[in-house]
Write a protein that binds this ligand. Sequence first.
Ligand code: ARG
Length: 470
Amino acid sequence: MAAKDLGKPWGGRFSEGTDELLERLSASVGFDRRLAPYDLEGSQAHARMLGRVGLISAEESTLIVRGLDELRKRVAQDRFQWDPRLEDVHMNLERALVDLIGPAGEKLHTARSRNDQVALDSRLYLRDMARRAGSELRRLRAVIVEKASKAKEAPMPGYTHLQRAQPVLLAHHLMAYYQMLTRDQARLGDLYRRLDCMPLGSGALSGTGLPIDPQMVAESLAFTRLAENSLDAVAGRDHLLEFISFGAILMINLSRLAEDLVLWCSQEFAFAELPDSLSTGSSMMPQKKNPDGAELMRGKSGRVLGNLTALMTVVKGLPMSYNRDLQEDKEPLFDTVDTLLLVLPVAARLVEGLKFNYGRLREAADDPYAPATDLADHLVRRGVPFRQAHRQAGEAVAYAVRNKKALVDLTLEELREFCPEAGPEVRAEMTLPAMLAARVTYGGTAPRSVARQLRAARRDLAAELRKGAV
Ligand code: ARG
């Protein structure tokens, strides 16, 4: 049995102190102290409001705000003494305030619960982190656009099933990632807008009977909306789930980019090389140069997906409204933020530092049988139904394979044995530049289409920067 601990704010109700085991289970200050700057910012807005509406005197309000300023300094300079027996960041800061300014400090928690307090803190924190992640993501997208522009009209093989399929521009391949990441950015922007909701005033769960002014708090913290429902405000964690979902999808997109980099840098592909500064050696094999940066970027996706599963599982099936389980929201959130802020700049460096072997890419793009579709398309243009054209082109490929010739090297006479409608221009249409130039559909790989894509991307990035988008 633990000794009666009057240090807890609920000491009045209790006749004995907290068991050491529960204390260890309860303590979150080891990780939620990260919220301290946001908690202090929220408390200052709350204290100013309490003074304004007359729940505390103007002098008390000023005293509290100044005291919290001092605590901000201690936190920023890492001079704050965190005490795990005080459970969490909120109680640590409140206790320090009382120690610092005396009885006025005991008025700070008027009309507030840790339930609405932590709901506010997580929104303030996430607003900040979402902006940071957003600008790192935008930088990565800009790097991809630059890299794609530098690749000009360089061809490479396009793949399906990891089998050579049809040639594409390297720029087109890179821009596919840009498009994926642009949707990630849009998802972030959407969830950021929904963070604009101020929960303070919800109290523990039902609101408060004290005459507070949440609108004033909202304005001073740059929120435009108040929580519509106090139960939802203290119980909801979908704002965090949305962020981690965004993070998980982003990481999975990045893991695919990483996989391409790993493949490209293998001797088998030899499409690209990473700079030494972004590779590691082997402790045993002196010749090795390993793409660890890309591999870790791929591997880190696992933990973010794990964080999403963890928090989804915590929230699932919880009864309305606040339950202490919700304290488990923080570590998955923080780990997701840390991972994104670590990996996004690495991704940008990896893409920036890639050195392409354009000769090897072209050689691989010039696959002897890649023009099969173009042969079929040629026949279609001359009136052959596509299914027949497909079969005829297939027979021509089989013949070329048997005779160890590239499709483009078959003579018109040889081709006409299988494709009687083939016209004299067919061989020109089966060259690499012609195949690429033909794919002029919107979003296709023709240099013209890719140039349009690049222009649109540059325009969008510039507009996002101008608007200060998240
Ligand atoms: N540390 C708690 C959390 O993060 C704060 C809210 C505690 N509320 C309570 N009723 N015990 O969820």
